[in-house]
Ligand binder design. Structure first.
Ligand code: BT5
Length: 257
């Protein structure tokens, strides 16, 4: 049904019962020359991954676990904005079943302050680089999940009275939204303003205007006000003293709501 509904939109869409991680599978497939816009969806992951070696709970039948292999032809510095594009696709898929999901920079979708989806974009070296974009979206309740950075609890669409919790329908909505948004993003060479997506992201972003602590990949952290998102998808943080820092990647912990 998924393949029929999305006919012609992706190079191919494979659905497997179970794998370790769809991101790991497509990273390997990219090395082996897999086509641009190949999609892999698993019913269950036994070693689902988040960022920074964290794990992603992927129990059978509860969520969507999918990855897309992309050779978008955009430069490395613009790839960070792909997470923004994926976040907007998740938000649209949630809206299609009556749920207002907000986006937490850089890679989470939240419902009432709890995490219903996570995004993992992994660049694969090359000139231009290719990317594996992974999306985990909780459709049905998961059971126990260890809270994420900053104590973020997990939730699912079903726990917020989604109109439809058929995972295939949600996957179709998610992938068809992603298809359109990713084409705009690619045509704009990864520039969110050019793609006409920055305004939508600003409006959907729960992080902007908050006092935040950003834990940076090198272990340092930055405290300030989340002031804006730039066209490359980077967070602008105003720190005490008025200086503005640009953050490419990090974990945002809210200091105060
Ligand atoms: C993410 O990492 O949010 C990115 C998750 C990407 C998952 C997809 S599924 C398809 C593809 N294949 C993969 O192997 N991965 C991708 P991060 O921001 O690091 O958040 C991870 C943290 O979220 C964990 O340490 C947990 O605390 C929490 N967590 C784990 N599983 C969760 C779930 N299903 N729902 C909500 N929170 C979860």
């Amino acid at each position: 049904r998924l393949n029929a509904a999305l006919k012609g939109r992706f190079a191919r869409i494979d659905v497997v019962e179970r794998t370790g991680s769809t991101n790991a599978d497509l990273r390997k497939a990219l090395d082996e020359g897999v086509a641009d816009r190949t999609v892999l969806l698993a019913e269950e992951q036994t070693a689902g991954v988040g960022r920074r070696a964290r794990s992603w709970s992927s129990p059978k039948g509860a969520g969507l676990y999918l990855s897309v292999a992309l050779r978008p032809g955009v430069p490395f510095h613009a790839l960070g904005s792909l997470s923004v594009v994926a976040g907007l696709a998740v938000r649209a898929a949630a809206a299609a079943v009556g749920i207002d999901a907000r986006l937490k920079w850089p890679n989470d979708a939240l419902i009432d302050g709890a995490k219903c989806a996570g995004i993992l974009a992994e660049a694969v070296a090359g000139e231009p680089p290719s990317v594996v974009l992974g999306i985990g979206l909780n459709v049905l309740p998961l059971g126990d999940v260890e809270p994420g950075p900053g104590g973020l609890p997990a939730t699912s669409l079903a726990e917020h009275d989604a109109w439809n919790t058929d995972r295939t329908d949600v996957a179709i909505a998610l992938l068809s939204e992603f298809d359109g948004l990713e084409k705009r993003w690619r045509l704009a060479a990864g520039d969110l303003t050019e793609a006409g997506l920055l305004g939508d992201y600003r409006a959907a972003c729960a992080t902007l205007g908050q006092d935040v602590e950003v834990q940076l990949p090198d272990g340092a952290s930055l405290i300030g006000r989340a002031a804006d998102i730039d066209p490359a998808g980077q967070l602008q943080v105003d720190v005490a003293g008025g200086q503005r820092h640009t953050v490419f990647a990090g974990d945002v912990v809210h200091v105060r709501r």
